[in-house]
Ligand binder design. Structure first.
Ligand SMILES: [Zn+2]
Length: 207
């Protein structure tokens, strides 16, 4: 993310039943963050403020006097603000300060990092995010994992091609058993005959 400006912000804060004014100095304007802003606890402490966390609330005091309150909402402490006034705004002076480190990788590295998305998408993303650097060639490499994942296997044999032209030309037979469970009639084996041409099947139950 890149800061596009810096300003001092005068905040009107809501306390229990009164209001308070606090001047935040050197606030960075980062358009990518949208309408929400972040206040650094460390910066408040550095300016002599005291930040205390209690159950669902945060209070900001300075020299024993309450100046601001934040309440827990959806995992974030939201500063109870009424409005704000921008003072001393300057544009583009601190653009470097909030710049996020660049990340490097080959096209194949990025493809793997991003869950094997298409190389075209990787390039599109890199074109839109200045911190995402593609090292080396932009020619689509070969991803062995992608090839393996998309490959289909040919079946071992083609679905039954009939080799016979008349009944009884070829008979398939199988004797199976002994079975673990004996039939009610006491049999533990069966003998099977299948005529290849007509698929006529006879089964003999054997003891
Ligand atoms: Zn892949």
């Amino acid at each position: 993310m890149t800061a596009e400006g810096e300003a001092d912000i005068l905040l009107n804060l809501q306390l229990e039943d009164e209001t308070s004014q606090v001047l935040l100095k050197k606030v960075l304007y980062v358009p990518e963050m949208g309408s929400s802003g972040l206040v650094s606890v460390r910066c408040i402490q550095a300016a002599g403020g005291v930040v205390s966390f209690a159950e669902n609330t945060v209070s900001i005091t300075h020299e024993g006097k309450l100046h601001g309150m934040a309440r827990l909402q959806h995992n974030a402490y939201i500063l109870q603000t009424i409005d704000l006034i921008v003072v001393n705004a300057t544009e583009n002076v601190v653009a470097q300060r909030a710049r996020v480190e660049e990340k490097h990788g080959t096209l194949l590295d990025w493809h793997r990092c991003l869950g094997h998305i298409s190389f075209h998408r990787v390039k599109q993303l890199a074109d839109h995010h200045s911190q995402m650097i593609i090292d080396g060639s932009r020619t689509n490499p070969t991803c062995v994992s992608c090839i393996a994942a998309k490959q289909t296997r040919t079946p071992n044999s083609s679905p039954s091609t009939r080799r016979t032209t008349v009944p009884l030309q070829l008979i398939h037979t199988d004797l199976a058993g002994p079975m673990k469970t004996t039939s009610l009639g006491g049999a533990r084996y069966y003998l099977l005959f299948i005529d290849d041409y007509s698929r006529y099947t006879i089964i003999y139950i054997l003891r």
